[in-house]
Design a protein around this ligand. Structure first.
Ligand code: PRP
Ligand code: URA
Length: 209
């Protein structure tokens, strides 16, 4: 079964508390999402392979370590996942970016696909899906499915907030995909919103409501 890692780091929890506040405006919300994404990717990439390299400093030669192994791509689920991309790229500037366009039908809560464009060599890369909200898990499960259809096998997911329902769905349908979250919340309400959550992440990020 996939693992679920909840980041209890004080900086992440502090920033998340401000994001949850309904009085936090678009600018601050956007900045905090980028900052938390940066802090989360730092931990998510802890297990990356490194290799020894020789470097000549102004003083002498020495042995250092640099990244080795598979290259990375970050895959935001549109729209709200876009708010996490720059945080990841700040830490891993050479990562490629794929986009998966999905929105959740407000009546059925089922994901509707409208866009998918991935790096040509995605199946050779470590892929990190980013989306602030994991609610029913429908969007995330569909996104992971698209990646797997295209031969991708090394997939992780970063969410800001997850509901237990969404976590359970991913663990059942994609047990190979580890999930990293800043907050694991209580439940979904009748409209499929995470409780307590932060409301509609896309609207808060882009100011569309
Ligand atoms: C939100 C969120 C996730 C999805 C989560 O996107 O960013 O993609 O809902 O819900 P689920 O786990 O029940 O599928 P939304 O569909 O609101 O689209 P948007 O980002 O374009 O606003
Ligand atoms: N999508 C959101 O943006 N928020 C939720 O709480 C659930 C799905």
């Amino acid at each position: 079964m996939s693992k679920v890692v909840v980041f209890d780091h004080p900086l992440i929890q502090h920033k998340l508390a401000i994001m949850r506040d309904k009085n936090t405006g678009v600018k601050e919300f956007r900045e905090l999402l980028e900052e938390i994404s940066m802090l989360m990717i730092y931990e998510v990439t802890r297990g990356l392979e490194t290799e020894e390299v020789e470097v000549e400093t102004p003083i002498c030669k020495c042995t250092c370590r640099k990244l080795a192994g598979r290259k990375l791509a970050v895959v935001p689920i549109l729209r709200a996942g876009l708010g996490m991309v720059d945080g990841v790229l700040n830490m891993i500037p050479a990562a490629k970016v794929g986009h998966i366009g999905l929105y959740r039908d407000p009546q059925t809560l089922e994901p509707v696909e409208y866009y998918c464009k991935l790096p040509a060599d995605s199946s050779d890369r470590d892929l990190i899906i980013v989306d602030p909200m994991l609610a029913t898990g429908g969007s995330a499960s569909a996104a992971i499915g698209f990646l797997k259809q295209r031969g991708c096998r090394h997939i992780k997911m970063i969410n800001l907030i997850a509901a237990p329902e969404g976590v359970a769905r991913i663990q059942k349908e994609h047990p190979d995909v580890d999930i990293y979250v800043a907050g694991l919340d209580d439940h979904l309400n009748d409209h499929g919103y995470i409780v307590p959550g932060l409301g509609d992440a896309g609207d808060r990020l882009f100011g569309t409501k």
